[in-house]
Design a protein around this ligand. Structure first.
Ligand SMILES: *Cc1c(COP(=O)(O)O)cnc(C)c1O
Ligand SMILES: [Zn+2]
Length: 428
Protein backbone atom coordinates (compact mmCIF):
# COMPACT_ATOMS: atom_id res chain seq x y z
CA UNK A 1 0.00 0.00 0.00
CA UNK A 2 1.36 3.44 -0.89
CA UNK A 3 0.02 6.51 0.78
CA UNK A 4 0.14 10.22 0.42
CA UNK A 5 0.19 12.70 3.26
CA UNK A 6 -0.62 16.31 2.64
CA UNK A 7 1.41 18.65 4.79
CA UNK A 8 1.66 22.41 5.13
CA UNK A 9 4.79 22.22 3.02
CA UNK A 10 3.10 20.32 0.24
CA UNK A 11 2.63 16.67 -0.49
CA UNK A 12 5.04 13.98 0.62
CA UNK A 13 5.00 10.69 -1.17
CA UNK A 14 6.70 7.50 -0.23
CA UNK A 15 5.50 6.77 3.26
CA UNK A 16 7.27 3.43 2.89
CA UNK A 17 10.60 5.27 3.09
CA UNK A 18 9.97 6.40 6.66
CA UNK A 19 12.61 5.93 9.32
CA UNK A 20 10.72 4.70 12.34
CA UNK A 21 13.47 2.48 13.68
CA UNK A 22 12.52 -1.18 14.13
CA UNK A 23 8.83 -0.52 13.35
CA UNK A 24 7.84 -2.29 10.12
CA UNK A 25 4.06 -2.04 9.87
CA UNK A 26 0.81 -1.26 11.62
CA UNK A 27 -1.39 -4.24 12.39
CA UNK A 28 -5.01 -4.48 13.46
CA UNK A 29 -5.52 -5.71 17.00
CA UNK A 30 -8.85 -7.26 16.00
CA UNK A 31 -8.31 -8.93 12.62
CA UNK A 32 -4.52 -8.89 12.22
CA UNK A 33 -4.69 -6.97 8.92
CA UNK A 34 -1.34 -5.27 8.25
CA UNK A 35 -0.83 -1.88 6.62
CA UNK A 36 2.24 0.22 5.86
CA UNK A 37 3.49 2.59 8.50
CA UNK A 38 1.68 5.91 8.20
CA UNK A 39 -0.70 8.26 9.98
CA UNK A 40 -3.37 5.60 10.40
CA UNK A 41 -5.10 4.46 13.55
CA UNK A 42 -8.11 2.42 12.46
CA UNK A 43 -8.15 -0.77 10.41
CA UNK A 44 -9.44 -0.31 6.87
CA UNK A 45 -11.06 -3.77 7.03
CA UNK A 46 -12.80 -3.80 10.43
CA UNK A 47 -12.18 -0.36 12.04
CA UNK A 48 -10.27 -2.08 14.85
CA UNK A 49 -7.37 -0.16 16.44
CA UNK A 50 -3.97 -0.41 14.78
CA UNK A 51 -0.77 -1.02 16.70
CA UNK A 52 2.90 -0.91 15.77
CA UNK A 53 4.60 -4.17 14.70
CA UNK A 54 8.36 -4.55 14.81
CA UNK A 55 11.22 -6.55 13.45
CA UNK A 56 13.95 -6.44 16.04
CA UNK A 57 17.27 -7.30 14.46
CA UNK A 58 19.81 -6.71 17.22
CA UNK A 59 20.98 -9.78 19.12
CA UNK A 60 20.43 -9.88 22.87
CA UNK A 61 23.93 -8.89 23.98
CA UNK A 62 24.21 -6.15 21.37
CA UNK A 63 20.81 -4.78 22.35
CA UNK A 64 21.59 -4.77 26.04
CA UNK A 65 24.89 -2.97 25.44
CA UNK A 66 23.19 -0.38 23.22
CA UNK A 67 20.60 0.28 25.91
CA UNK A 68 23.09 0.50 28.75
CA UNK A 69 25.31 2.88 26.77
CA UNK A 70 22.32 5.04 25.84
CA UNK A 71 21.25 8.37 27.32
CA UNK A 72 19.55 8.67 30.73
CA UNK A 73 16.08 9.02 29.20
CA UNK A 74 13.61 6.94 27.16
CA UNK A 75 15.80 7.15 24.06
CA UNK A 76 18.09 4.50 25.53
CA UNK A 77 15.27 2.19 24.37
CA UNK A 78 15.11 3.71 20.86
CA UNK A 79 16.02 0.28 19.33
CA UNK A 80 12.63 -0.92 20.68
CA UNK A 81 10.52 2.12 19.73
CA UNK A 82 8.95 3.48 16.49
CA UNK A 83 11.39 6.38 16.31
CA UNK A 84 14.42 7.22 14.11
CA UNK A 85 17.78 6.05 15.43
CA UNK A 86 19.07 9.62 15.84
CA UNK A 87 16.12 10.70 17.97
CA UNK A 88 18.20 11.54 21.06
CA UNK A 89 19.93 14.32 19.13
CA UNK A 90 16.75 16.14 18.08
CA UNK A 91 15.24 18.89 20.26
CA UNK A 92 12.75 17.22 22.57
CA UNK A 93 12.11 17.15 26.30
CA UNK A 94 13.82 13.79 26.89
CA UNK A 95 11.51 12.16 29.46
CA UNK A 96 12.09 8.93 31.32
CA UNK A 97 14.62 7.29 33.61
CA UNK A 98 12.46 8.32 36.54
CA UNK A 99 13.15 6.87 39.97
CA UNK A 100 12.15 3.40 41.05
CA UNK A 101 11.76 3.98 44.77
CA UNK A 102 11.99 1.07 47.19
CA UNK A 103 8.94 1.73 49.40
CA UNK A 104 9.72 -0.15 52.62
CA UNK A 105 7.69 2.14 54.89
CA UNK A 106 4.55 1.82 52.81
CA UNK A 107 5.14 -1.91 52.42
CA UNK A 108 5.42 -2.34 56.20
CA UNK A 109 2.26 -0.33 56.77
CA UNK A 110 0.31 -2.43 54.28
CA UNK A 111 1.83 -5.78 55.21
CA UNK A 112 3.63 -6.28 51.90
CA UNK A 113 7.00 -7.91 51.61
CA UNK A 114 8.66 -5.95 48.81
CA UNK A 115 7.26 -2.88 47.12
CA UNK A 116 8.57 -0.22 44.73
CA UNK A 117 7.01 2.98 43.45
CA UNK A 118 7.88 3.88 39.87
CA UNK A 119 7.69 7.64 40.32
CA UNK A 120 6.84 9.32 37.05
CA UNK A 121 6.16 12.65 38.73
CA UNK A 122 9.87 13.20 37.98
CA UNK A 123 9.27 13.66 34.25
CA UNK A 124 9.77 17.11 32.63
CA UNK A 125 6.09 18.12 32.94
CA UNK A 126 5.55 15.92 35.98
CA UNK A 127 3.51 13.04 34.61
CA UNK A 128 4.01 9.88 32.57
CA UNK A 129 2.43 11.62 29.56
CA UNK A 130 5.84 13.05 28.58
CA UNK A 131 6.80 9.54 27.49
CA UNK A 132 3.92 9.00 25.09
CA UNK A 133 4.09 12.53 23.72
CA UNK A 134 7.82 12.27 23.01
CA UNK A 135 7.26 9.15 20.90
CA UNK A 136 4.19 10.65 19.20
CA UNK A 137 6.17 13.80 18.36
CA UNK A 138 9.05 11.80 16.89
CA UNK A 139 6.65 9.82 14.68
CA UNK A 140 4.59 12.90 13.78
CA UNK A 141 7.67 14.71 12.49
CA UNK A 142 8.73 11.69 10.49
CA UNK A 143 5.20 11.48 9.05
CA UNK A 144 5.37 15.13 7.99
CA UNK A 145 2.89 16.74 10.38
CA UNK A 146 3.55 20.35 11.38
CA UNK A 147 1.25 20.88 14.40
CA UNK A 148 1.07 18.84 17.61
CA UNK A 149 -2.44 18.63 19.06
CA UNK A 150 -4.52 16.68 21.57
CA UNK A 151 -7.73 16.39 23.53
CA UNK A 152 -6.63 16.09 27.17
CA UNK A 153 -7.77 15.26 30.67
CA UNK A 154 -4.94 17.52 31.90
CA UNK A 155 -1.51 15.97 31.95
CA UNK A 156 -1.43 15.40 28.22
CA UNK A 157 -2.09 19.13 27.77
CA UNK A 158 1.06 19.95 29.77
CA UNK A 159 3.14 17.41 27.89
CA UNK A 160 2.01 18.40 24.39
CA UNK A 161 2.41 22.14 25.00
CA UNK A 162 5.91 21.66 26.43
CA UNK A 163 7.10 19.18 23.82
CA UNK A 164 5.87 21.37 20.95
CA UNK A 165 7.52 24.45 22.47
CA UNK A 166 10.84 22.64 22.72
CA UNK A 167 10.53 21.30 19.18
CA UNK A 168 9.67 24.77 17.87
CA UNK A 169 6.30 23.81 16.43
CA UNK A 170 2.74 24.93 17.11
CA UNK A 171 0.55 23.14 19.66
CA UNK A 172 -3.25 23.05 19.84
CA UNK A 173 -4.64 21.63 23.07
CA UNK A 174 -8.28 20.99 23.92
CA UNK A 175 -9.22 20.63 27.62
CA UNK A 176 -12.45 20.40 29.61
CA UNK A 177 -13.18 23.92 30.90
CA UNK A 178 -13.61 22.57 34.46
CA UNK A 179 -10.03 21.26 34.63
CA UNK A 180 -7.85 21.95 37.69
CA UNK A 181 -6.45 25.52 37.63
CA UNK A 182 -2.93 24.11 38.18
CA UNK A 183 -3.13 22.14 34.95
CA UNK A 184 -4.62 25.01 32.95
CA UNK A 185 -1.89 27.44 33.99
CA UNK A 186 0.95 24.95 33.55
CA UNK A 187 -0.24 24.32 30.00
CA UNK A 188 -0.86 27.95 29.09
CA UNK A 189 2.62 28.88 30.32
CA UNK A 190 4.24 27.14 27.33
CA UNK A 191 2.35 29.27 24.81
CA UNK A 192 0.53 27.48 22.03
CA UNK A 193 -3.20 27.41 21.47
CA UNK A 194 -5.20 26.27 24.51
CA UNK A 195 -8.93 25.77 24.03
CA UNK A 196 -11.21 25.25 27.04
CA UNK A 197 -14.22 23.26 25.86
CA UNK A 198 -17.51 23.19 27.73
CA UNK A 199 -17.83 19.45 27.88
CA UNK A 200 -16.25 16.36 29.40
CA UNK A 201 -13.28 14.46 28.00
CA UNK A 202 -15.39 12.12 25.93
CA UNK A 203 -17.08 15.12 24.24
CA UNK A 204 -13.69 16.67 23.56
CA UNK A 205 -12.23 13.45 22.22
CA UNK A 206 -15.07 13.25 19.70
CA UNK A 207 -14.49 16.88 18.70
CA UNK A 208 -10.77 16.20 18.25
CA UNK A 209 -11.58 13.35 15.86
CA UNK A 210 -13.69 15.73 13.78
CA UNK A 211 -10.99 18.41 13.74
CA UNK A 212 -8.33 15.85 12.84
CA UNK A 213 -10.36 14.83 9.78
CA UNK A 214 -10.38 18.48 8.65
CA UNK A 215 -6.80 19.59 9.52
CA UNK A 216 -4.59 17.08 7.79
CA UNK A 217 -1.29 18.54 8.96
CA UNK A 218 -2.26 18.34 12.63
CA UNK A 219 -1.02 15.32 14.57
CA UNK A 220 -3.46 14.66 17.41
CA UNK A 221 -1.10 12.60 19.52
CA UNK A 222 -3.79 10.34 20.97
CA UNK A 223 -6.04 10.24 17.88
CA UNK A 224 -4.43 10.04 14.43
CA UNK A 225 -0.93 9.08 15.60
CA UNK A 226 -2.21 7.05 18.54
CA UNK A 227 -0.45 3.79 17.54
CA UNK A 228 2.95 5.49 17.96
CA UNK A 229 1.91 7.50 21.02
CA UNK A 230 0.76 4.41 22.88
CA UNK A 231 4.14 2.68 22.35
CA UNK A 232 5.74 5.32 24.59
CA UNK A 233 4.25 3.58 27.62
CA UNK A 234 6.37 0.50 26.94
CA UNK A 235 9.31 2.47 28.32
CA UNK A 236 7.78 2.18 31.81
CA UNK A 237 8.15 -1.58 31.58
CA UNK A 238 11.68 -1.38 30.15
CA UNK A 239 12.83 0.97 32.90
CA UNK A 240 11.32 -1.06 35.73
CA UNK A 241 12.95 -4.24 34.41
CA UNK A 242 16.34 -2.58 33.92
CA UNK A 243 16.17 -0.84 37.32
CA UNK A 244 15.41 -4.19 38.98
CA UNK A 245 18.60 -5.58 37.38
CA UNK A 246 17.07 -6.94 34.15
CA UNK A 247 14.22 -8.94 35.62
CA UNK A 248 10.45 -8.64 35.84
CA UNK A 249 8.45 -7.85 38.98
CA UNK A 250 5.78 -10.38 40.03
CA UNK A 251 2.90 -7.91 40.36
CA UNK A 252 2.22 -4.43 39.03
CA UNK A 253 -0.61 -2.02 39.84
CA UNK A 254 -1.37 0.48 37.06
CA UNK A 255 -3.97 3.27 36.89
CA UNK A 256 -6.42 3.11 33.99
CA UNK A 257 -7.76 6.04 31.95
CA UNK A 258 -7.91 4.92 28.30
CA UNK A 259 -6.10 1.76 29.42
CA UNK A 260 -3.23 2.16 26.93
CA UNK A 261 -0.58 2.47 29.61
CA UNK A 262 -1.56 -0.80 31.27
CA UNK A 263 -1.71 -2.68 27.98
CA UNK A 264 1.68 -1.35 26.84
CA UNK A 265 3.42 -2.14 30.13
CA UNK A 266 2.44 -5.74 29.48
CA UNK A 267 3.63 -5.45 25.86
CA UNK A 268 6.97 -4.10 27.12
CA UNK A 269 7.47 -6.95 29.60
CA UNK A 270 6.53 -9.50 26.93
CA UNK A 271 9.00 -8.05 24.43
CA UNK A 272 11.84 -8.09 26.96
CA UNK A 273 11.13 -11.75 27.63
CA UNK A 274 10.95 -12.61 23.92
CA UNK A 275 14.20 -10.75 23.23
CA UNK A 276 15.98 -12.59 26.03
CA UNK A 277 16.76 -9.38 27.94
CA UNK A 278 14.96 -10.83 30.99
CA UNK A 279 13.86 -14.28 32.08
CA UNK A 280 10.21 -14.50 30.98
CA UNK A 281 8.99 -15.01 34.55
CA UNK A 282 5.25 -14.80 35.21
CA UNK A 283 3.75 -11.52 36.41
CA UNK A 284 0.27 -10.34 37.25
CA UNK A 285 -1.12 -7.01 36.02
CA UNK A 286 -3.64 -5.19 38.25
CA UNK A 287 -5.70 -2.15 37.22
CA UNK A 288 -6.82 0.82 39.31
CA UNK A 289 -9.79 3.13 38.74
CA UNK A 290 -11.77 5.70 40.70
CA UNK A 291 -15.30 4.54 41.51
CA UNK A 292 -16.64 7.73 39.91
CA UNK A 293 -15.22 6.52 36.59
CA UNK A 294 -14.78 2.76 36.76
CA UNK A 295 -16.13 1.30 33.52
CA UNK A 296 -13.27 -1.18 33.17
CA UNK A 297 -13.38 -2.27 36.83
CA UNK A 298 -17.12 -2.90 36.48
CA UNK A 299 -16.69 -4.92 33.30
CA UNK A 300 -13.98 -6.96 35.00
CA UNK A 301 -16.11 -7.71 38.06
CA UNK A 302 -19.17 -8.49 35.94
CA UNK A 303 -17.20 -10.89 33.74
CA UNK A 304 -17.86 -8.87 30.57
CA UNK A 305 -15.54 -8.68 27.53
CA UNK A 306 -16.67 -5.22 26.53
CA UNK A 307 -16.84 -2.00 28.49
CA UNK A 308 -20.06 -0.05 28.96
CA UNK A 309 -19.31 3.73 28.87
CA UNK A 310 -20.07 5.86 31.94
CA UNK A 311 -20.33 9.57 32.68
CA UNK A 312 -17.31 10.36 34.91
CA UNK A 313 -17.69 12.04 38.29
CA UNK A 314 -14.48 11.87 40.32
CA UNK A 315 -11.66 14.05 41.65
CA UNK A 316 -9.25 11.83 39.68
CA UNK A 317 -9.74 13.91 36.55
CA UNK A 318 -6.65 12.60 34.77
CA UNK A 319 -8.31 9.17 34.78
CA UNK A 320 -11.80 10.43 33.91
CA UNK A 321 -12.35 8.73 30.56
CA UNK A 322 -15.84 7.28 30.50
CA UNK A 323 -15.37 5.44 27.21
CA UNK A 324 -11.84 4.01 27.37
CA UNK A 325 -10.42 3.05 23.97
CA UNK A 326 -8.28 0.21 25.32
CA UNK A 327 -10.84 -1.12 27.79
CA UNK A 328 -11.30 -4.55 26.15
CA UNK A 329 -7.52 -5.03 25.84
CA UNK A 330 -7.09 -4.15 29.51
CA UNK A 331 -9.60 -6.87 30.37
CA UNK A 332 -7.66 -9.36 28.19
CA UNK A 333 -4.33 -8.44 29.77
CA UNK A 334 -5.53 -8.53 33.35
CA UNK A 335 -7.37 -11.84 32.88
CA UNK A 336 -4.51 -13.48 30.98
CA UNK A 337 -1.98 -12.59 33.66
CA UNK A 338 -4.21 -13.51 36.60
CA UNK A 339 -4.59 -9.95 37.91
CA UNK A 340 -7.69 -7.99 38.90
CA UNK A 341 -9.18 -4.50 38.60
CA UNK A 342 -10.50 -2.57 41.59
CA UNK A 343 -11.97 0.88 42.08
CA UNK A 344 -11.81 3.22 45.04
CA UNK A 345 -13.92 6.15 46.28
CA UNK A 346 -12.72 9.77 46.17
CA UNK A 347 -12.24 9.68 49.96
CA UNK A 348 -10.00 6.63 49.57
CA UNK A 349 -8.09 8.47 46.80
CA UNK A 350 -7.33 11.31 49.23
CA UNK A 351 -6.30 8.80 51.89
CA UNK A 352 -4.04 7.16 49.28
CA UNK A 353 -2.34 10.48 48.46
CA UNK A 354 -1.76 11.16 52.17
CA UNK A 355 -0.55 7.61 52.85
CA UNK A 356 2.10 7.71 50.09
CA UNK A 357 3.25 11.19 51.13
CA UNK A 358 3.43 10.26 54.84
CA UNK A 359 5.23 6.95 54.35
CA UNK A 360 7.55 7.62 51.39
CA UNK A 361 7.81 11.38 50.92
CA UNK A 362 6.22 11.13 47.49
CA UNK A 363 3.42 13.58 46.76
CA UNK A 364 1.19 12.05 44.10
CA UNK A 365 -1.60 13.56 42.11
CA UNK A 366 -5.07 12.04 42.35
CA UNK A 367 -4.19 9.28 39.87
CA UNK A 368 -1.40 8.16 42.22
CA UNK A 369 -3.90 8.27 45.08
CA UNK A 370 -6.15 5.95 43.07
CA UNK A 371 -3.27 3.51 42.60
CA UNK A 372 -2.13 3.48 46.23
CA UNK A 373 -5.70 3.12 47.50
CA UNK A 374 -6.31 0.31 45.02
CA UNK A 375 -3.13 -1.43 46.15
CA UNK A 376 -4.46 -1.31 49.71
CA UNK A 377 -7.87 -2.61 48.65
CA UNK A 378 -6.40 -5.44 46.57
CA UNK A 379 -4.37 -6.52 49.59
CA UNK A 380 -7.27 -6.21 52.02
CA UNK A 381 -9.46 -8.35 49.75
CA UNK A 382 -6.77 -10.98 49.24
CA UNK A 383 -6.51 -10.40 45.50
CA UNK A 384 -2.86 -9.31 45.62
CA UNK A 385 -0.17 -11.57 47.06
CA UNK A 386 1.62 -9.79 49.95
CA UNK A 387 4.64 -12.09 49.50
CA UNK A 388 5.20 -11.23 45.82
CA UNK A 389 7.43 -8.40 44.59
CA UNK A 390 5.17 -5.53 43.61
CA UNK A 391 5.65 -2.33 41.61
CA UNK A 392 3.05 0.44 41.63
CA UNK A 393 3.06 3.36 39.21
CA UNK A 394 2.78 6.93 40.45
CA UNK A 395 1.98 8.64 37.19
CA UNK A 396 1.69 12.30 38.21
CA UNK A 397 2.71 15.03 40.63
CA UNK A 398 0.53 16.19 43.54
CA UNK A 399 1.31 19.84 42.80
CA UNK A 400 -1.03 19.54 39.82
CA UNK A 401 -4.10 18.54 41.82
CA UNK A 402 -3.84 20.65 44.97
CA UNK A 403 -7.60 21.30 45.01
CA UNK A 404 -8.19 17.64 45.83
CA UNK A 405 -6.51 17.93 49.23
CA UNK A 406 -6.98 21.64 50.00
CA UNK A 407 -9.73 20.86 52.53
CA UNK A 408 -8.00 17.99 54.30
CA UNK A 409 -4.41 19.11 54.89
CA UNK A 410 -3.00 22.38 56.20
CA UNK A 411 -0.91 23.89 58.99
CA UNK A 412 -0.92 22.02 62.32
CA UNK A 413 -1.34 25.38 64.08
CA UNK A 414 -1.24 29.08 63.29
CA UNK A 415 0.55 31.09 65.97
CA UNK A 416 1.96 34.52 66.80
CA UNK A 417 5.78 34.86 66.25
CA UNK A 418 6.62 34.39 69.97
CA UNK A 419 8.08 31.51 71.96
CA UNK A 420 5.18 31.88 74.38
CA UNK A 421 2.69 31.25 71.58
CA UNK A 422 4.70 28.27 70.33
CA UNK A 423 4.85 26.71 73.82
CA UNK A 424 1.16 27.39 74.40
CA UNK A 425 0.22 25.58 71.18
CA UNK A 426 1.56 22.30 72.59
CA UNK A 427 3.61 21.47 69.50
CA UNK A 428 6.72 20.17 71.24
C1 LIG B 1 -3.29 9.71 31.27
C2 LIG B 1 -2.91 9.28 32.65
C3 LIG B 1 -2.99 7.93 33.05
C4 LIG B 1 -3.55 6.80 32.24
O1 LIG B 1 -3.26 6.73 30.94
P1 LIG B 1 -3.99 5.76 29.90
O2 LIG B 1 -2.88 5.27 29.08
O3 LIG B 1 -4.94 6.62 29.15
O4 LIG B 1 -4.70 4.69 30.66
C5 LIG B 1 -2.56 7.64 34.32
N1 LIG B 1 -2.10 8.59 35.16
C6 LIG B 1 -2.02 9.87 34.81
C7 LIG B 1 -1.52 10.86 35.81
C8 LIG B 1 -2.41 10.27 33.54
O5 LIG B 1 -2.32 11.56 33.21
ZN1 LIG C 1 -9.03 -5.13 11.41
Amino acid sequence: MTSTITTAAGTTDNVGGLDLGPAVALSCRECGNRVDLGPYYACSECFGPLEVSYEFTLAREELRRAIERGPQNIWRYAPLLPVPAGIADTPNINPGCTKLVRADNLARELGLKRLWVKDDSGNPTHSFKDRVVAVALAAARELGFSVLACPSTGNLANAVAAAAARAGIRSVVLIPSNLEQQKILTTAAYGGTLVAVEGNYDDINRLAGEIAAEQDDWAFVNVNVRPYYAEGSKTLAYEVAEQLGWRLPQQVVVPIASGAQLVKIDKGFTELGNLGLVEPTPYRVFGAQATGCAPVAHAFKDGHDTVRPVRPDTIAKSLAIGNPADGPYVLDTVRRTGGAIEDVSDDEVIEGIKLLARTEGIFAETAGGVTVATLRKLLATGQLDPEAETVIFNTGDGLKTLDAIADVVGPTATIAPTLKAFDAAGLA
